[in-house]
Ligand binder design. Structure first.
Ligand code: UD1
Ligand code: CA
Length: 466
């Protein structure tokens, strides 16, 4: 679905969020790996916002710096609110950053992270076709808590919003609440916000209320309420309990999307896929799997229990055995990893390779069919096709100051318990005797061996043991 009209978006994000009881501003708290403001910005852009104006105040350098690292940074035009005098004042600070030529402005809250692009598009389209000045997203809640209450006329038309702190008992009994999401005609907003600012702050919180927009638009019968069917979508995050609830909602919704797309989850309640990760059909995830960041899991891959995969690519048909831990790594088609393997940044495992238990790999390429089956550390290395790295092999890549490279040729065979002191090259088809500590290259097809010779001392033991 596409929006039927161009629109831009304001995101209110200047408040500290004191109820989080944190040194970090609320909108930077991560929800499944992405700060709250990232979820809101993403939803606005996915819905088609032509530009996004976040209103920043507390910790604005940190929030802006995070936004600058995102692929969509060019669409972001921050505005600043130095003192937090209320939601209408926040919007007032953002007005100069708006493009007056864009007919509609969608106002979002940085602490309402569950909203998706589909819902925003539906609201934009309904409001635009109704031709109103203002649409307010509302929800009916069993426990309307301290949300602003929606006041309707006898005919059922939206007439005002009353903040909880200003509301009478009768008004507090209303269960339809203001979600804090608005679609305004830009021209209306540019007129109405200065009017709210001129009117002052005659209310319980002594703030400029954005909610006063409603009464202004309703005067000319140009305000509509836009009730949302799924109340969780508009759940605000004010404290850590809200954050956990929102996390659970986004987590479940993300899992449902992947199951519909052909991914098998053995136990969805014990599976986490961050919204930034992607999967292909016929992937299977066992319980306690966590897939983070920009990870991609290709068709038919099977991820066993307890694996954690961050910013990594797992190829088609690959198998990650239980409790493997991958960060910034690549695993190609039909490779087998783990159990208990640790692939660190720059691990690049080729087709059909086998990496076994208690193997740690960093900045190392394994060409097709290579094996490191047990208890091994490979760092800053290249392992050729079908080479076999024996149990307990260690690349000694660090001399205390610098890192050095190890090259193991195609088809080479490294005996168990070998220390390869880098820089070093083991030639194609070469052998290394078990227990060697090698400091020099081994030519192709040669046997390198560097260990004390065994000698046996006869009759060492007492001839008549007790
Ligand atoms: C607001 C609404 C309330 C609605 C609720 C929905 C008003 C007056 N009330 O209340 O009707 O039910 O949202 O979640 O608008 N902010 C600024 N600058 C400010 C004040 C707030 O940027 O000066 C930002 C906050 O950082 C936050 C958002 O605006 O991201 C909402 O502010 P908050 O104080 O949480 O408003 P609520 O009391 O929740
Ligand atoms: Ca709030």
């Amino acid at each position: 679905m596409n929006p039927s009209t161009p629109f831009q978006s304001l995101i209110l994000a200047a408040g500290m969020g004191t109820r989080m009881r944190s040194d970090t501003i609320k909108v930077l708290h991560p929800l499944l790996g992405t700060p709250l403001i990232g979820h809101v910005t993403r939803a606005a852009l996915d819905a088609g916002a032509a530009r996004v104006v976040p209103i920043l105040g507390h910790q604005r350098e940190e929030v802006e710096a995070w936004l600058r690292t995102q692929s969509y940074a060019d669409a972001i035009h921050p505005a600043f609110q130095d003192e937090q005098l209320g939601t209408a004042h926040a919007v007032a600070c953002g007005l100069p950053a708006l493009d007056p030529e864009i007919p509609y402005t969608l106002i979002l809250s940085g602490d309402v992270p569950n909203l998706d692009a589909e819902t925003l598009i539906a609201m934009v389209n309904d409001a635009a076709s109704a031709g109103c000045d203002l649409a307010v997203m509302t929800a009916i809640l069993n426990d309307p808590a301290s949300y602003g209450r929606i006041i309707r006329s006898e005919q059922g038309h939206l007439s005002a919003i009353v903040e909880f702190k200003d509301a009478t008992d009768d008004q507090r009994a209303i269960t339809e609440i203001n979600a804090g999401i608005y679609l305004a005609r830009t021209a209306f907003l540019l007129d109405a916000i200065p009017a709210i600012m001129d009117a002052g702050t005659d209310n319980a919180q002594n703030e400029y209320y954005l909610t006063d927009l409603v009464a202004l638009a309703a005067r000319n019968e140009r305000a509509i309420a836009w009730p949302v069917a799924t109340p969780e979508l508009v759940q605000g995050v004010n404290d850590r309990l809200d954050l956990a609830r929102a996390t659970d909602f986004v987590r479940r919704r993300t899992l449902e999307r992947w199951m519909r797309a052909g991914v098998t989850l053995i136990d969805p309640a014990r599976t986490t896929i961050e919204p930034t990760a992607t999967l292909e059909p016929d992937v299977t995830l066992e319980p306690d799997v966590t897939i983070c960041g920009s990870s991609h899991i290709a068709r038919g891959a099977h991820i066993e229990q307890g694996c954690r995969i961050t910013n990594s690519h797992v190829g088609p048909g690959a198998r990650l055995l239980a409790y493997s831990y991958l960060t910034d790594a690549r695993v190609d088609q039909n490779a087998s990893i783990g159990p208990f393997a640790h692939l660190r940044p720059g691990a690049d495992i080729g087709k059909g390779c086998k990496v076994g238990n208690f193997v740690e790999i960093k900045k190392t390429r394994l060409d097709q069919g290579a094996k490191a089956s047990h208890l091994t550390y490979l760092g800053d290395a290249h392992v050729g096709e079908n080479a076999n790295v024996g149990a307990g092999t260690i690349t000694c890549n660090y001399d205390g100051k610098n890192k050095h490279r190890t090259t193991i040729g195609q088809g080479a065979f490294i005996g168990s318990n070998t220390a390869l002191v880098a820089p070093i090259t083991i030639g194609e088809g070469a052998y290394v005797g078990a227990g060697s500590t090698l400091t020099d290259d081994v030519p192709p097809r040669a046997l390198g061996i560097a260990r004390g010779r065994q000698r046996n001392i006869e009759d060492w033991a007492d001839p008549t043991p007790e």
